[in-house]
Design a binder for this molecule. Structure first.
Ligand code: NAD
Length: 450
């Protein structure tokens, strides 16, 4: 079945691709299972070399990949270039892993006990449309490094850069079948990763609703699963913070990638005594946030991914609007960054994931209330705390139920540190040194002295 890929900044067709059907999906899974027999036995140093070559080939296509992401996803040029670098960095980081997949030697009576970290087999990676390249890389790089083979399904809207990455893997000398990209529908290709017994693990990033169905489906075969799901993260600003800095960087913390970011700080909690000062600085920063043609180097934000997403985000505009930024008119799925002042904490915009350029601001009296308001959510993915008081920073960061926090900063993702969610934001961790654990099984072997 053919599928038209649309440029969200112009609504024009970028290209038309063929979707995999069930038979084609089963064929790539079978090919990946066959390739696993040899890939798992490739010497660690050779697997490391191949991953470094893969990184080098991706790096050599930086401009091409960035241009494709700008056209396919409406990402700003700055973001798209960062995203290519992220794939290169993640591949390079995990290229060190094959030679460092250490087991343990455990003291026992009557012999020697050692553990091995064995690969799982075929890993299915299912990617959403908001960060097509990085999220793909967070799955396939550690999976391949640990000796697994990978089948990857990009989101329907944004398959183009993933398809290129599949080609670059072959160009780098990674054997056919070790890493295959299969574009198609979630209900067909993605669901087959869940039901085909040759797939031994599913890495899913996407909505909490689909994540729950995938977890339930994987239970049938006790299939391993990593879930990175939705978020409703808070940006908590205490009165003792550098208010100008917190407010100046708050637009980027929520409107980056047009708010289509699971880590978007869509709740801003300001301590009451600092509210007026914060809002004054924040309004200036929002009005300066440039929403324009994403291929321009000056763009801070591009369009949303689709008409459907734009319509969905607009349903949140039923609370009082404090102020907005601006956006282009005409073709494209454009929306101005919008700041809401919800009437109470039951407002949809305060409780639900928006996945668009809308942020809600509320005040709190003291530390205890700030923590309570931030934790009043089924999600727990990310967040920021702004304060000059080190003790408070420590207390509040320990009290907030979320996987990734930044103090006096809004950056949540580094390839060398763990990333993942508490509560309904997910299960398991990606990136950093520990991600390899979720792509391996521990095997214990006792060798008798006899
Ligand atoms: P989605 O859940 O609709 O789709 C995600 C992927 O799953 C797509 O590739 C889709 O084709 C596939 N899919 C859909 N139905 C499926 C099924 N029944 N079986 C198997 N696969 C299926 O989500 P989306 O709209 O693409 O992405 C937005 C969501 O992703 C947001 O909720 C956002 O918070 C979340 N997200 C989370 C993270 C994170 O790291 N926590 C990162 C990015 C996005």
């Amino acid at each position: 079945m053919s599928y038209d890929v649309i440029n969200p900044a112009t609504e024009k067709i970028v290209t038309t691709i063929e979707h995999f059907d069930l038979a084609a999906t089963d064929a790539v899974i079978a090919q990946a299972a066959k390739a696993y027999d040899s890939w798992r036995h490739v010497a660690p140093s050779d697997r490391a070399t191949l991953l470094r070559k893969f990184a080098a080939v991706v790096a050599s296509h930086k401009e091409e990949l960035a241009a494709l992401e700008i056209a396919n996803s409406g990402h700003t040029r700055g973001n798209a270039l960062w995203e290519v670098d992220n794939v290169v960095n993640v591949l390079t980081y995990y290229s060190a892993a094959p030679e460092r997949l250490f087991g343990k030697q455990i003291p026992v009576a009557g012999g020697v006990d050692i553990t091995f970290k064995e690969p799982l087999g075929v890993v299915g990676v299912i990617v959403p449309w908001n960060f097509p390249m990085p999220i793909a890389g967070w799955g396939f790089a550690p999976a391949l490094a640990a000796g697994n083979t990978v089948v990857l399904k990009p989101a329907e809207y944004t398959p183009l850069t993933a398809m290129k990455l599949g080609e670059y893997a072959l160009e780098a000398g990674i054997p056919k079948g070790v890493f295959t990209v299969s574009p198609g529908k979630g209900s067909i290709v993605g669901n087959r990763f869940v039901t085909n017994p040759l797939v031994r693990k599913v890495v899913f990033t996407g909505s909490t609703q689909v994540g729950k169905a995938i977890m339930a489906g994987c239970a049938d075969q006790v299939k391993r699963v990593t879930l990175e799901l939705g978020g409703k993260s808070s940006n908590i600003i205490f009165a003792d913070a550098d208010i100008a800095k917190a407010a100046g960087s708050a637009p980027g913390a929520v409107f980056d990638n047009a708010g289509q970011d699971c880590c978007a700080r869509t709740r801003i909690l300001v301590q009451k005594s600092a509210f007026d000062s914060f809002m004054e600085h924040f309004e200036v920063a929002v009005k300066k946030f440039r929403v324009e043609d994403p291929s321009l180097a000056t763009a801070d934000m591009g369009p949303l991914i689709s008409r459907k997403q734009l319509d969905s985000v607009q349903t949140f505009l039923d609370e009082p609007i404090a102020f907005t930024g601006s956006a282009p008119t005409g073709p494209g799925f454009w929306m101005a960054p919008t700041v809401l002042m919800p009437k109470n904490t039951q407002a949809r915009s305060w409780r639900e994931e928006v996945f668009g350029p809308v942020v809600s601001v509320m005040t709190f009296e003291d530390e205890a209330q700030g923590i309570e308001m931030a934790n009043d959510s089924e999600y727990g993915l990310s967040g920021s705390i702004w304060t000059r008081d080190v003790g408070r920073a420590l207390r509040v960061s320990r009290a907030i139920e979320t996987g990734n926090l930044s103090i006096n900063s809004n950056s949540s993702v580094r390839f060398s540190t763990p990333f993942g969610g508490f509560k309904q934001s997910g299960l398991g961790r990606e990136l950093g040194p520990d991600a390899l654990d979720s792509f391996t099984e521990v095997k214990n072997v006792f060798i008798s002295n006899d």
